[in-house]
Design a protein around this ligand. Structure first.
Ligand SMILES: O=P(O)(O)OC[C@H]1O[C@H](OP(=O)(O)OP(=O)(O)O)[C@H](O)[C@@H]1O
Ligand SMILES: NC(=O)CC[C@H](N)C(=O)O
Ligand SMILES: [Mg+2]
Length: 514
């Protein structure tokens, strides 16, 4: 679930560099990807400037690098790998010089990457340098654009190249690209699985535009009038303004419900729904399930405790609806990032204890209801339950705002194999035993869907494949799932030869002060 952002200023001669805003945007989107970050900008004479590499945003860029990223438009990416490897050569944005010079950033995951790779190799004769599906997507676009054979590109050419992309690429994708000296383009997959939104900012020179995975980045940078890009819709922004087109017949609109459960920041509004409100509604519904499970007058819970950070909003509402006291029983180390999106199970496991520390006074002698947004591999819940017990809890109940996650994700969340999922092939009682809890309580799928859909009449269905195994793109075979598990499971990652990454990824212009 990477984060992507792009900015284009109305004033192409501005002495302000867009890189500072892109850097800020990446900081705001850091929760969507912690493995790598990158920015590509475009300055005078259509020159491109790039800085990218593995690490958090604050580690990848320093002041002088940002100053060297010249220009009035650019795009940026924070990566959480779902394909290929964690090598820094797969940090985004990607670049191809032909045709016209294109930089490209992708959030999502392609489900027909092998087919696209073969096409590029055998038919299009384009070189692909990494295992990243995003590099394939860029080359498919470049190949279609190349066919126009024009000296200079125009909007019509880009829209028709994107139609070609839609015809060939399957899966979940929200993308942004930049054509040197020309402008930005962006598009969203036919089901709108991955999010994409844009806004504008009026200045004395005209209108600046910004695109982002989440509205919170637009908000923070002073952009207004947010519009979600529709499923199968593409937009182009140049010095002359913004144009958009439906580039493929939209299929059923099914955004990823896990954005609302976990990925997005609560202060974002995604496809017209406030993530915060949806999480309150998840808490409200979960409280009803708790009452159903325990019986109206038999809820023997003394305190409701959230697992920081993401579950806080929902947990507070669970406590309010149950009329039980809410307490911060775990204190989060604010300098440690999200554990679920860390690469590697041993790192994730270690990080839970480093990140969360219990407050014994909130557990000692009490029956505790711990609320989390989701239980995926069970890494967090196992550790948390144990910490609660070590702190003297009498009974530990564990509630999840999402239903049991039993199936792999193929659209941009790194859950490549069901065998790593604690709920796979287990009953609720078995899951409780597995994580050491007295009972587990899971949200009903219908309740989860209604927690989001009640805020937008146009949103009826979602990608809920991790809960029910129904893959909306209709192309997921057992052979595909096996290949995915073989390549991306924890065991496969551990067995893979580790690449030695050098710090510098050089390719493009470096700006030198006169
Ligand atoms: O069952 P697991 O495999 O452990 O995954 C689920 C946990 O991971 C996430 O937390 P994370 O620490 O990533 O982020 P947060 O601070 O935003 O809650 C999520 O909020 C759950 O707590
Ligand atoms: N989480 C994502 O959006 C990942 C994008 C792309 N599939 C990658 O692995 O780099
Ligand atoms: Mg969490």
């Amino acid at each position: 679930m990477c984060g992507i952002a792009a900015v284009i200023l109305a004033d192409s001669l501005s002495s302000e560099c867009v890189s500072t805003e892109l850097y800020e945007a990446l900081g705001i989107l850091q929760h969507r990807g912690q493995d790598a970050a990158g920015i590509v900008t475009c300055g005078q004479k259509g020159r491109l400037y790039q800085c990218k590499g593995n690490g958090m945003v604050r580690d990848v860029f320093n002041k002088s690098q940002l100053e060297a990223l010249r220009g009035w438009m650019g795009l940026s990416h924070v990566r959480y790998p779902t394909a290929g490897t964690s090598s820094n050569s797969e940090a985004q944005p990607f670049f191809v010089n032909s045709p016209y010079g294109i930089a490209f950033a992708h959030n999502g995951n392609l489900t027909n990457a092998q087919e696209l790779h073969d096409f590029l190799d055998f038919e299009a004769h384009r070189h692909v340098n990494t295992d990243s599906d995003s590099e394939l997507l860029l080359n498919i676009f470049a190949n279609h654009l190349q066919k126009t054979g024009k000296f200079r590109v125009n909007e019509e050419d880009i829209f028709s190249a994107l139609q070609g992309v839609y015809n060939q690429c399957r899966g979940g994708y929200a993308c942004m690209g930049m054509i040197a000296g020309f402008g930005l383009f962006a598009f969203r997959d036919p089901n709108g699985i991955r999010p994409l939104i844009y806004g504008e900012r009026k200045t004395s020179k005209g209108t600046d535009y910004m695109l982002s995975s989440e509205s919170v980045a637009l908000d923070a940078l002073g952009f207004v009038n947010f519009v979600d890009v529709g499923p199968g819709e593409a937009i182009i922004i140049t010095k002359d303004g913004l144009s958009k087109r439906q580039c493929c017949k939209p299929k059923e609109f099914t955004p990823c419900i896990f954005e609302y459960v976990y990925f997005a920041r609560p202060d974002s509004v995604m496809d017209g729904v406030s993530v915060y409100r949806s999480r309150l509604a998840m808490g409200e519904a979960l409280a009803k399930t708790v009452i159903r499970k325990f019986g109206q007058n038999k809820v023997d819970i003394d305190v409701v405790v959230p697992v920081p950070d993401t579950s806080r909003t929902a947990a507070l509402q669970v406590a309010t609806a149950l009329n039980i006291v809410y307490r911060e029983g775990f204190i989060k180390n604010r300098y440690i990032g999200r554990t679920f999106i860390m690469p590697g199970q041993s790192l994730r496991k270690k990080s839970v204890r480093r990140k969360l520390n219990p407050m014994p006074m909130e557990f000692n002698g009490k029956n505790v209801l711990i609320v989390d947004d989701s239980i995926v591999r069970g890494t967090t819940s196992r550790e948390i339950v144990q910490m609660a017990r070590e702190s003297g809890a009498k009974k530990v109940y564990f509630a999840s705002c999402a239903p049991p996650i039993k199936y792999p994700n193929v659209y941009g969340i790194d859950m490549p194999t069901r065998h790593e999922l604690v709920a796979y092939n287990r009953t609720e009682n078995e899951i409780a035993v597995e994580i050491g809890a007295d009972e587990v309580i899971f949200q009903d799928l219908q309740d989860l869907v209604e927690s989001v859909s009640q805020f937008n009449v146009n949103l009826k269905n979602f990608d809920v494949s991790v809960f029910n195994g129904c893959y909306i793109t209709g192309d997921i075979t057992n052979a595909y799932l096996k290949a995915l598990a073989d390549f991306r499971s924890e065991v496969a990652k551990d067995n893979r030869i580790k690449f030695v990454d050098t710090d510098v990824i050089g390719l493009h212009n470096s700006f030198q002060k006169e």
